[in-house]
Ligand binder design. Structure first.
Ligand code: HEM
Length: 196
């Protein structure tokens, strides 16, 4: 429970930060949203989260591109089943490739499913399209931390981090732009290096 809750949330934030650094427009919008809703004199708290819709899109798009559990957990069929017109005999170990589903051009943007695009989650109707966004699994064995714990943990830590940086380093926001200048040409995974 401890590992399931901490490692996953940490990984999400570790991917979200370099993605934001490589997408300064998104970083700017997010800062603006936090400025507008939280201001500069306090940290984000639980009550702010329902207002921070852009932050939610950032987390969802990060989880889509980099699901912390890319093959979910192995599932074992206790009886003969049919999954999407496929026969799954009793005793089969089934792995779900969330990584591939999240980047499937048929499910997402036909041309650029690998692109960090926050508009996807601004328009998506998750209650109808939840089958294609499976970072927490689906069904009886889905992540019990998904709603609300882990989701809010990830939201809160990222929001808190940004807000904290904002309060403490207000005069230094220019550093973000400098970091972006250094890192924008590097693949996403590497941009963290120049930040550290
Ligand atoms: C970003 C955060 C998290 C992500 C992406 C995540 C993802 C997942 C995934 C994919 C599974 C397997 C689901 C399946 O195979 O169908 C899972 C299971 C599980 N998760 Fe999470 N998780 C997160 C946070 C948490 C938190 C905060 C907790 C607890 C406080 C937690 C506790 C568990 C437990 C106990 C299971 C096993 C459930 C079972 O087998 O019935 N997770 N999680």
């Amino acid at each position: 429970m401890f590992l399931a809750g901490t490692e996953t949330s940490t990984l999400t934030i570790q991917w979200a930060m370099p993605l934001l650094l490589s997408h300064p427009k998104a970083m700017h919008e997010l800062r603006q949203e936090i400025d507008d809703n939280v201001g500069h004199n306090r940290l984000i708290n639980d009550f702010d989260l329902s207002e921070l819709l852009y932050l939610r899109c950032v987390i969802n798009e990060t989880l889509r591109l980099y699901p912390p559990v890319p093959l979910l957990l192995p599932h074992f069929s206790s009886q003969n089943s049919i999954v999407v017109r496929n026969n799954v005999p009793k005793g089969t170990i089934l792995l779900v490739n969330a990584w591939a589903m999240h980047r499937d051009p048929k499910l997402w943007d036909e041309h650029e499913p690998d692109k960090f695009n926050l508009e996807r989650f601004q328009t998506i109707q998750l209650e109808k399209e939840s089958y294609k966004f499976v970072s927490f699994g689906i069904g009886r064995r889905a992540c019990p931390g998904a709603v609300p714990t882990s989701y809010l943990v990830a939201l809160k830590i990222l929001g808190g981090l940004l807000s904290c940086l904002h309060v403490a380093f207000q005069p230094w926001w220019g550093a973000y732009d400098a970091i972006h200048d250094i890192s924008h040409s590097l693949p996403c995974g590497f941009s963290m290096v120049s930040y550290g």
